[in-house]
Design a binder for this molecule. Sequence first.
Ligand SMILES: [Fe+2]
Length: 403
Amino acid sequence: MNNPVSDVAAPDFYQYPSKPLSSAACEGEFVHLLWPDGAKLACHRFWLRENAVGDGGIDLATRECTLDPADLTDDIAVSSAVIDDMGNLVIAWAHDGQRSIFHGGWLRHVADNEHRPSSWTPQAVLWTPESMGDIPRVDATLALESDDVVLSLLNHLLCSGACVLEQAPTHEGYLLELAARIGPVRDSNFGMLWDVKADVELAGDSKTNSTANTGLRLGPHSDLPTREIPPGFQFLHCLINEADGGESTLTDGAALAEALERDFPEEFELLTTRHWIFFNRGPGIDHRWSAPIIDYLPGSDLPTIRAFYPVRAFPAMSLEDVSRCYDALRLFHRMANQPEFELKFRLRAGDIMCFDNRRVLHGRDAFTGAGKRHLQGVYIDRDEIMSRCRALNRRAGLHADGI
Ligand SMILES: [Fe+2]
């Protein structure tokens, strides 16, 4: 039987089931909480004060903390901590005599680590073509109406870093309709919605501003490594694919990095520590960033792969490292292109290839013949994907370990 829902406001807009506490004990600057099943949580006096709803801590309208840390004075102290009839925590404050009630279910979600960024999203699972078989596929027919479709897509994207939405409409701009169901599109100098479009007979046309708009092969790469934080996720919508060739490729860069660390530790060290300067050249633009090829940015276990040779411009390392780093770079790209790591498939009209642009390398074979090939793309940052995924998983009641 479900516990009754407490009407005590939580410091956010979620509804929490009641999780009655069994005891609370003050010790120094902490209040130690205990639940009947043995779960524990230690709460600092200032943290409790910051999270006291309506008592100068959390504003009821915004559910955000309004307390400037400069106003956390030494005299703020807990005079008593007791459990009420609903199992909530009741704090009496010594300095102003106020009383604050903390929802037992909300406190328990902190004790259960459900407040952490990794909660309510699936764990990443590294893959090779052998371990994954085919790329995960989700039917897009109801994507604009059904949260279940969006949630299935987002869970695949955070788990495998890749998914194909299939059976989508093939009109231009559909990606913006789909993106509106997920989160804000990330703009760039290529525009909010950009085209990968090539009439084969025009391949090599000097008017194009990108290798993507020719029929040339594009080896495994990630877009915009020239940015401090490259775009998180990429959605490539196939509107027409009548060309001969042009198969799409995906390589899990996280699995590749793991294999390099295991089998080629010296090369892995060079790829993760020595910097290259990436440079987007164009009239009126000058994007540059200096970073390693395999970039472990703080706060994530997954690497951000910076592997786009058209914009990798200069080695930024000591001269004695350059030859060794080129050797490591050649090894990285050769492995990325091996069937052991690279998944290859053909996009059909109505397919949307969605992938983690920072984790998963993408590419395409050269294409020839008389047929047209037209894709449209958008970027959506990882923050937006994770936010929407958490909100939908919480609404569906799915925990990270149950997804
Ligand atoms: Fe690309």
